[in-house]
Write a protein that binds this ligand. Structure first.
Ligand code: PRP
Length: 228
């Protein structure tokens, strides 16, 4: 699907939240003018008129939806969202920032780890990522009840809503401050550059030029980018 009502503009979807600042930094470093992005306030679009680029700001989970349907040509999105949402977009590049991991965690003081290893009980698992968590436990042959939450998942074991959580860990601070420990690591994650399949054909030259610039920058600065 492609909407194609953006004229000559290349539309780039940025994710709000933790990936927003490093995404802005990336475009700046390859020479895109992002003055508009710094004074954004509550606005959800801004432009680089010279390069004919329109930036849109999406909720992280919505980002691949905009790209899949062609409302945006390109997106920057967390790999967690791609794995969970399973949208039909083409992954162009691992951007090497926004590094974190998807883990299974339980209370430090609890017995959950024993049950998890022995697979003796029907464990309750709270998560924002039911697809990823479901696939993980299915593959392990562990029968669980998935409890879908929309945030602050670390609360669930503390109030006995769940035995385990499946969530992303970045600095580890949220787990630590809520007395949770990692039981298993499911998958490492980072920010990804995605593209609409039709845009990749119809705007191939512009997109590949940008891609080359980004690749060049990443290869030169990979150590620094990992800290973004
Ligand atoms: C994410 C994630 C963890 C936290 C991990 O939540 O779901 O809760 O960050 O980060 P840390 O390891 O650096 O502490 P987010 O901040 O996006 O908020 P949410 O739980 O409300 O979705």
């Amino acid at each position: 699907m492609s909407r194609g009502n953006n004229g000559n503009y290349l539309v780039i979807a940025l994710s709000s939240g933790k990936l927003f600042k490093p995404s802005i930094r990336l475009w700046e470093r390859i020479g895109i003018d992002l003055k508009g992005g710094k004074e954004i306030g509550r606005k959800l679009t801004f432009f680089d008129q010279r390069e004919q680029i329109k930036f849109i700001i999406t909720r992280p989970k919505d980002n691949p939806t905009y790209v899949e349907c062609g409302a945006a040509d390109i997106g920057i999105v967390g790999e967690d969202v791609l794995l969970e949402e399973k949208k039909d977009v083409y992954r162009l590049l691992d951007l090497k920032f926004g590094k974190c991991k998807m883990v299974v965690a339980a209370l430090e003081e609890g017995e959950q780890e024993k049950y998890y290893r022995n697979n003796g009980h029907r464990l309750r698992v709270a998560t924002k990522y039911p697809r990823i968590a479901g696939a993980y436990f299915k593959e392990k042959g562990i029968y669980v009840e998935l409890i879908k939450l929309y945030g602050s998942v670390e609360l669930a074991p503390q109030v006995d809503l769940a035995d385990l959580i499946v969530d992303i860990v970045s600095t580890g601070r949220t787990l630590q401050e809520n007395k949770l420990k990692i039981i298993d690591e499911i998958v490492p994650l980072s920010a990804q550059l995605i593209v609409n399949r039709i845009s990749y054909k119809t705007k191939h030259k512009r997109i590949t030029n940008l891609l080359q610039e980004i690749k060049k920058f990443i290869s030169l600065e990979s150590d620094k980018i990992a800290e973004w």
